[in-house]
Write a protein that binds this ligand. Sequence first.
Ligand code: DGL
Length: 265
Amino acid sequence: MNLPIGVLDSGIGGLTVLKVLSLSLPNEDFIYYADSKNAPYGTKSVDEIYILVDKIIKFLINKKCKLIVIACNTATAAVVSDMRKKYKIPIVGLEPAVKPACLNTKTNNIGVLATEGTFRGQLFIETSEKYKNYVNIHLQVAKGLVELAENGVFDGEEVENILKKYIKPFIEHNVDHIVLGCTHYPFFTPIIKKITNNKIKIIDSAEAVARRTKDLLMTNSNYRKEANRQNIKIYTSANKGTITNVANKLFNVEYNSDLVEYFFI
Ligand code: DGL
């Protein structure tokens, strides 16, 4: 069906998921909503996140989206089940890739970087419970990273110092997988690789979300098999500076920049 897929996040982080979605589903159009004005969500209460996400889902439904991807671990943890009850539209959520890390670890130690809100969520607690007898799951709230990304700062001394502080304990515990449990964190992958000498596998949930989205579209006969071009519209609740730069960098490699349109509200 020729209707767009809605993708939302507290800010620019979900663009890391949008990138994978757009490549996996090249015939689909996308509308992305970055709630950068209200980022970070990680320290907000469930009630606050409910109000914000509810507003964005209404916005995306008004834009005729056929499916919504909550490309935010924190928002998924807080409200995905409530939103699925409230709306008929299929909603794909995102959770830290703890399962593949636990299934593949050789050292039986994995590290997870996420926000406070994600670690508090029932989904994360239940998944960790399943594996905690076999694998030591080391948790780290990566305070400050979302704010840096929202300001367009992805490298430099401040980023390296913060990440070294978070990753040092993982190295000391001999982790062989680091799970990026926040969609803003893949922007920092080059620095994490540098700190870990490229010896630790870094994983996120984008590929799994793209697979799940495709499956759902096929199940609902909503999958678009052909298109002349892919249309991506990006909306932000804050100023357009950072998101324009980041989206241009992310999408220019495979796309002409005129395929990404910006609408600022
Ligand atoms: N991208 C969001 C996530 O995946 C960021 C959380 C925040 O806004 O604090 O959790």
